[in-house]
Design a protein around this ligand. Structure first.
Ligand code: ZN
Ligand code: ZN
Ligand code: ZN
Ligand code: ZN
Length: 130
């Protein structure tokens, strides 16, 4: 099987890398981390996407300091940050949804929760509501 060289191959495409670190960097391509949300262009590295956002779209990209995902607007970054605050984590099975709305769908479909139970587990914050 091996030819004596340590090659790390990507499960998603044919590319092989000589180190795990380079493979890991490359795999962000497949997880959408290097895809521009505005024009769909896929860069080969996260740092290239940041440059692309800056020069092509004149944006100062907002990067999540926890996982490195880049968002084109501050509001989508703030939306995403809920993932790390545990707001999208299912308290029944531990699944982490990417959005609060996704968690609600999960609770309804997988755990068959009623509307009341959902409100208890995923309370809606009523902002600016008096
Ligand atoms: Zn690949
Ligand atoms: Zn773009
Ligand atoms: Zn993040
Ligand atoms: Zn669950």
């Amino acid at each position: 099987m091996t030819n004596g060289r340590a090659l790390f191959s990507c499960d998603n495409c044919e590319k092989t890398y000589s180190s795990y670190v380079s493979l890991h960097m490359h795999q962000k391509v497949h997880t959408g981390l290097t895809t521009c949300a505005l024009c769909g262009k896929t860069s080969s590295r996260v740092s290239d996407l940041r440059r692309h956002l800056h020069y092509v779209h004149r944006l100062e990209p907002c990067t999540c300091s926890i996982c490195g995902r880049t968002y084109s607007s501050r509001s989508s970054l703030l939306h995403h940050r809920k993932v790390h605050q545990g707001a999208t984590r299912c308290s029944l099975c531990g699944l982490v949804a990417s959005k609060v709305a996704g968690l609600r769908t999960h609770l309804r479909r997988i755990h068959n929760l009623s509307a009341e139970e959902m409100m208890r587990l995923v309370p809606t914050r009523r902002r600016y509501h008096y």
